[in-house]
Design a protein around this ligand. Structure first.
Ligand code: ADP
Ligand code: MG
Length: 139
């Protein structure tokens, strides 16, 4: 079933010049970009995006990191896009991520882990709408 997911190439990966490599990984995995935007989050934008994590001890550090430099936000479309992207990303902690995953290749540690991906249809819907009005999504 074709579906959409929200991906973010995080500030660490942008700083490491990994944008092209990561987008190539999406395309090779059948995940087609249908919307894309480079921007820098304010702290408040990061806090709103990650509000499900606001009780976690790493919340403030995560939001500081996510607003520390430019990111690339994408809507990816494809068969089982949410699960396909989560598998391609690898485990949250790059040290535990499987070979061939984006986090294994580009992540430094459990916080600076190169990419974000929606984890369910409900979060994908919230996250896509957080950044893109429907008219800005191709197809
Ligand atoms: P994922 O991004 O794999 O869905 P989570 O939703 O659990 O992981 O966490 C969101 C983000 O918060 C992670 O991608 C990572 O950047 C950061 N994070 C998660 N756990 C920790 C932790 N224990 N310490 C610091 N940062 C963390
Ligand atoms: Mg998550």
């Amino acid at each position: 079933m074709s579906e959409r997911t929200l991906a973010i190439i995080k500030p660490d990966a942008v700083k490491n010049n990994a944008i092209g490599d990561i987008i190539a990984s999406y395309e090779k995995s059948g995940l087609t970009p249908v919307a894309m935007r480079m921007m820098q989050f304010s702290k408040a934008t990061a806090e709103g995006f990650y509000s499900v994590h606001k009780a976690r001890q790493f919340f403030d550090s995560l939001c500081t990191f996510m607003s520390s430099g430019p990111v690339v936000v994408l809507v990816l479309q494809g068969d089982n896009a949410i699960k396909t992207n989560r598998e391609l990303m690898g485990a949250t902690d790059p040290a535990k991520a499987a070979a061939g995953t984006i986090r294994k290749a580009h992540g430094a540690n459990i916080e600076f882990n190169a990419v974000h991906g929606s984890d369910s249809p409900e979060t994908a819907q919230f996250e896509i709408a957080y950044f893109f009005p429907l008219m800005e999504i191709a197809g």
